[in-house]
Write a protein that binds this ligand. Structure first.
Ligand code: ARG
Length: 466
């Protein structure tokens, strides 16, 4: 079959080498931008007509043709011609086939450089909305779990060593704080995405009397770009999405790691329901937390994508360079991965049972009430450093004799310090938890307040992203 002439081949005397054609083509991945590309072209044709740059009948023919192409792609009956190096060329050449030479009016005053930047911004805007919806759904689960587990006593760790008892709700609300910050980041970066490059031409601006605000209005952009050179080469919004996604994936990965630990027989703090666990092909007893492991694993590629885009731009002179074509696959991958991982981790959280009896027992093991005993003495007037030392000696005594604090009598306590009174025998995990009754602490009162605050901030964020 004879190849069609390329739309840009006027000054070329040789056909493109076949390997070069394959090497330079982006169609396999930028066809994801077909809707955005057609929207931009329709808006452009409308604007060319309004500004009397092209005649009305030609504009109408172009727009009708583009709408037919859109419908065909949506229905799956469109054949992308692989002779075309990218989505822009593919759609434009199909328009030629459909309406003839009048298609040639469409690209007036426009470059693929401002077009691709605009397509990608529209795509990013839609994707960010979807990420935000997933973040909100995720946070709803966290707040629900915090409400359910508002009285569940759980071990709290530092250095992966049992440290102090906490309420499990406090743990879930810690993730709500992280996800709230993620939400803020995505809301904020939307403002930076929503600036329209169209009209910047190849680099220096278009040579026609374009109505850029009219273009922006049709395409729902808040603002138009101020500098055509920046506009065609700026990919900060891609940094923004990759970076906010990498941070959010690190949060998910940390949660995934905790779920993996909690589900191990060593910790035995939760069990994952069968529908969210997987088996081993050789060890019949195994129930593995593969979903959490994969979320932890997939964070690596999103972090990698951030490194890739930063490195891509690092030495790039103004303005458009073909290197920029490499911005898309990693961006699409980060977007797909974060949406996927938020949704599956949400499902996973809804699919765990807490082993409350064991959690409460673990919460005081490893002398986790030691700080409370030191605080007890300090509240009786002993300087804290002194209390710390006394309780250190009690811990040593207990561990040498392989006993817990609860097995000590008042006399034994008094042997360590005279200030101990009988109320020391009432010290338990819940007393320890309720001792931390200040803003940000794990006491039951504070958790009740935090749950109310979290629900409130969640409602506010839902309003913001509407
Ligand atoms: N496929 C290109 C990209 O993704 C589109 C812009 C091409 N511009 C050009 N002057 N070759 O960046």
């Amino acid at each position: 079959m004879k190849k069609k002439k390329k739309l840009w081949s006027g000054a070329f005397q040789l056909a493109t080498n076949a390997d070069v054609e394959t090497f330079t083509s982006s169609l396999s991945f930028d066809k994801a931008l077909f809707q955005e590309d057609i929207s931009c072209s329709i808006a452009h044709a409308n604007m060319l007509n309004k500004q009397k740059i092209i005649p009305q009948d030609k504009a109408k023919k172009i727009i009708d043709g583009l709408q037919i192409i859109l419908l065909k792609i949506e229905q799956g009956s469109f054949e992308f011609n692989t002779d075309n190096e990218d989505i822009h060329m593919s759609i434009e050449s199909s328009l030629f086939e459909l309406i003839g030479d009048d298609a040639g009016y469409l690209h007036t005053g426009r470059s693929r450089n401002d077009l691709i930047a605009t397509d990608l911004r529209i795509y990013s805007r839609v994707a960010t909305k979807e990420i935000l919806n997933q973040l909100i759904a995720f946070r709803e689960t966290l707040v629900e779990l915090a409400t359910q587990e508002r009285l569940t006593i759980f071990p709290g760790y530092t250095h992966m060593q049992n440290a102090q008892p906490i309420l499990l709700a406090h743990h879930f609300l810690a993730y709500e704080e992280m996800m709230k910050r993620d939400t803020d980041r995505f809301i904020e970066l939307t403002n930076r995405i929503n600036i329209m490059p169209l009209g910047s031409g190849a680099l220096a601006g278009s040579g026609y009397d374009f109505d850029r605000p009219y273009l922006a209005k049709q395409l729902n952009f808040d603002k138009i770009s101020k500098n055509s050179m920046d506009a065609v080469s700026d990919r900060d919004f891609v940094f923004d999405i990759n970076s906010a996604s990498a941070i959010c994936m690190v949060h998910l990965s940390r949660l995934a790691e905790e779920i993996i630990l909690w589900a191990s027989s060593e910790f035995n703090l939760i069990s994952i329901h069968d529908d969210f666990a997987t088996g081993s092909s050789i060890m019949p007893q195994k129930k593995n937390p593969d979903v959490a492991e994969l979320v932890r694993g997939k964070s690596a590629r999103v972090i990698g994508n951030l490194m890739q885009i930063l490195t891509l731009l690092k030495g790039l002179p103004l303005t458009y360079n073909r290197d920029l074509q490499e911005d898309k696959e990693s961006l699409f991958d980060s977007i797909d991965t974060i949406i996927n991982c938020l949704s599956i981790t949400n499902g996973l959280l809804n699919s765990i049972t807490i082993n409350k009896i064991h959690a409460e027992k673990l919460a005081v093991q490893g002398y986790a009430l030691a700080t409370d005993i030191a605080d007890y003495l300090t509240k009786k007037g002993v300087p804290f450093r002194k209390s710390h030392e006394i309780v250190g000696k009690i811990v040593l005594h207990c561990s040498n004799n392989n006993i817990q604090f609860s097995e000590l009598s008042l006399e034994e306590y008094k042997n360590f310090n005279i200030n101990f009174e009988s109320d020391i025998l009432n010290l338990d995990a819940l007393t320890s938890i309720n001792n931390r009754d200040l803003p940000g602490g794990t006491a039951v009162n504070q958790i009740e307040l935090s749950i109310r605050e979290a629900s409130h901030q969640l409602k506010q964020d839902i309003q913001k992203i509407k």
